[in-house]
Design a protein around this ligand. Structure first.
Ligand code: RB5
Length: 148
């Protein structure tokens, strides 16, 4: 299991805590920044994380910005990505079980660092349910073929 990790400045400290947690759990990761708490534009981290997941270099991604929304919008531009903006344990779990999300987007101005770490825990443990949910996910992915 390898996680692609990224945040803008708002998620800088939360990302550090997530890295610590992943190391503790012995989960591999690639960190795509940002490099400091200086203001950074979230698409610059969303894109390499989304590409890493899309190409299969990483299995899943975690992106953190102020709300998670900008990261989600940017990451979902990349083929094969299903990025979900989540704010609590229920939505995180459902994003994996029902939507087979492959990137989790969290808001560091919505959640504190400990809540973000907790949600990443939930994310790592949840598994896609398949079945009727796979059919619906397939329908989503077919939409990519309809777009030029
Ligand atoms: C940065 O101020 C903020 O706009 C960004 O972190 C994010 O919330 C965008 O969606």
């Amino acid at each position: 299991m390898k996680i692609a990790l990224g945040s803008d400045h708002t998620g800088f400290s939360a990302r550090r805590k997530v890295r610590q947690m992943l190391r503790r759990l012995d989960v591999g990761y690639v960190d795509f920044g940002c490099a400091s708490e200086d203001a950074a534009d979230y698409p610059e981290m969303a894109y390499p994380v989304a590409r890493a997941v899309s190409k299969g270099d990483c299995d899943q991604g975690i992106l953190i910005c102020g709300t998670g929304i900008g990261m989600g919008i940017a990451a979902n531009k990349v083929r094969g990505v299903r990025a979900a903006v989540c704010h609590d344990t229920f939505t995180v779990e459902m994003s994996r079980r029902h939507n087979h999300a492959n990137i989790l987007c969290l808001g560091a101005r919505v959640l504190d660092d400990d809540q973000i770490v907790e949600l990443v825990h939930v994310w790592l443990e949840a598994e896609p349910e398949g079945g009727k949910h796979q059919r619906r996910v397939d329908e989503i992915m077919e939409l990519e073929q309809k777009e030029p």
